[in-house]
Ligand binder design. Structure first.
Ligand code: FAD
Length: 468
């Protein structure tokens, strides 16, 4: 055992846990401890006392009771993508859901059951066999657990809404170790809170989703113009977005063109304004719909064309690999005014690294068909989300990267009336949580007091039952 790491449980206690679980329980000093204790964001380096990987709901109940009995801080981990590293804990117990991987699809009802440890790509692979998809996120190694419980935005959101809008029911292990069923008929307050309230209420061992029919080939959109045209391009894009068909989910962004294929060599390294997205309807209809954007300019880069849906769902994987350093900020906007564009152009010009970008995702569409109080996800009327997905490799750059991202976010927050999407938020704390849940805060506190009065599940954007 590593002497530097506290180990508050005895070998005997750990071996009792081992005998109750099918997969190994990993403790410090064991060969695979370093690998098992890693999370996606290399900024996070914590040393848990033990990592218990569960394979079913009964094992999760055992793990929760063990952590309680031994007063271990519990970190719940699905895909390990939490920006602040909520899936690990110094000295605590990681309850890894990596063994809960069952996926079943009923093509007749389009109902899909997935284990609480599945990754998005695993679900997409299964559902696409039937021409279906559960709307989710854009990086296939993200966990469904954290993504779905926080809301879930992605390339189908304007057409079909958030991931939580497709949740039919959930099996949940609560802080007292009980297993509950939550749905529109059972434990309805819990069901409401699970749809956007994060991991505050228990561990979801199984999700049941209503999938949508999604064709195997969709239309990918990727256009870019030199940065000198930024204002004309934003103006044209905002006009277009105002009544864009819901089949199109897109974003506009400032970036430096990568020095690699398939980007045209003449544009390599050039600062640019891009528009990217996915059209999920008929491809000829999509080509006609996006014509006003493609004809404008025309773009210096146009890599648009039909692509498999599964390609779209994993094409950003390499941009966000495990093991890099990440710090991200986001904010939900009702509109995207010229002043916000101006300050973004200035911030982009002062970015400390050429790979940094500033994104504005177009929301609206089906997200707003659901009332802000119908689920725990409050901010349904936002039309745009700014997103600063800052990443880098060397710790010497930590300060400059974080400072630039914070400064840019603070400036953009002048145009954010009050909301953020907590799943893409690197910072934590009571103010961050309140801002994230907005008008649903008090109701969430009430549900938290009912299901987790001692705040056993506190490694998350937290709803502290004692503060309210
Ligand atoms: P983990 O670190 O494993 O879990 C984070 C927290 O979620 C846990 O600490 C726990 O509190 C809770 N949790 C996880 N699983 C469960 C469960 N089964 N039961 C109860 N609680 C659980 N979000 C989007 O909406 N759309 C995107 O397209 C998108 N893209 C992303 C791309 C990248 C590269 C990254 C890093 C994040 C992205 N996100 C996106 C944000 C993502 O939704 C959050 O980071 C989310 O927390 C990741 O979930 P996870 O299971 O991988 O994380």
């Amino acid at each position: 055992m590593d002497a530097a790491v506290p180990h508050p449980v005895t070998e005997q206690q750990v071996s009792r846990l081992r005998s109750a679980l099918r997969l190994p329980v990993t403790t410090p000093g064991e060969a695979d401890y370093a690998g098992q204790s890693r999370v996606w964001n290399a900024m996070i380096n914590r040393q848990p006392s033990l990592i218990a990987t569960c394979t079913d709901a009964a094992e999760v109940q055992t793990a929760v009771r063990f952590a309680r009995e031994h007063q271990l801080e519990a970190a719940v981990r699905c895909g390990g993508h939490s920006l602040p590293g909520f899936g690990t804990s110094d000295g605590g117990m990681v309850i890894s859901l990596a063994g809960l991987k069952d996926i079943s699809v009923d093509p007749a009802s389009r109902r899909v059951r997935v284990g609480g440890g599945c990754l998005l790509g695993e679900i997409d692979q299964h559902t696409q066999e039937f021409g279906l998809a559960v709307p989710s996120g854009v990086v296939s190694h993200t966990g469904i657990g954290g993504l779905a419980l926080g809301g879930g935005v992605g390339l189908l959101m304007r057409r079909y809404g958030l991931t939580i809008d497709h949740l039919i029911s959930a099996e949940v292990v609560t802080a007292d170790g009980n297993l509950l069923h939550a749905s529109a008929d059972d434990n309805t307050g819990l069901f409401w809170a699970l749809r956007g309230g994060g991991g505050n209420f228990g561990i979801v061992t199984g999700f049941e989703f209503q999938a949508q029919e999604v064709r195997r080939d969709v239309l990918a959109l990727l256009l870019a113009w030199p940065l000198e045209q930024v204002h004309e391009v934003f103006e044209r894009y905002l006009d277009f977005a105002a009544d864009a068909p819901r089949e199109l989910t897109s974003l506009i962004f400032l970036f430096n063109v990568p020095r690699s294929d398939p980007y045209p060599e003449a544009m390599h390294g050039a600062p640019a304004v891009g528009v990217a997205g996915m059209w999920c309807g008929d491809i000829p209809d999509g080509l006609a719909a996006v014509l006003p954007l493609r004809e404008y300019g025309p773009p210096s880069i146009d890599l648009s064309g039909p692509r498999p849906f599964l390609f779209m769902q994993s094409m950003s994987d390499e941009e966000y690999p495990w093991g890099r350093r990440y710090y991200m900020k986001t904010g939900l906007m009702e509109a995207l005014p010229r002043a916000a564009v101006d300050l973004s152009v200035e911030a982009f010009a002062n970015a400390p690294h050429p790979a940094l970008e500033i994104d504005f995702h177009h929301l609206g569409g089906a997200i707003g068909d659901v009332a802000g109080s119908a689920t725990a996800f409050a901010h349904r009327t936002a039309q745009f989300a700014y997103d600063l997905p800052t990443s880098w490799d060397n710790s010497v750059d930590d300060q400059s990267m974080i400072e630039w991202t914070k400064r840019t976010a603070q400036a953009l927050d002048a145009y954010v009336p009050g909301g953020s999407y907590l799943n893409v938020e690197a910072d934590t704390g009571p103010e961050v949580s309140r801002r994230g849940w907005g008008e649903n805060w008090q109701r969430l506190v009430a549900v938290k007091r009912q299901y987790d009065p001692t705040n056993f599940f506190h490694l998350n954007p937290n709803i502290d039952p004692a503060r309210g």
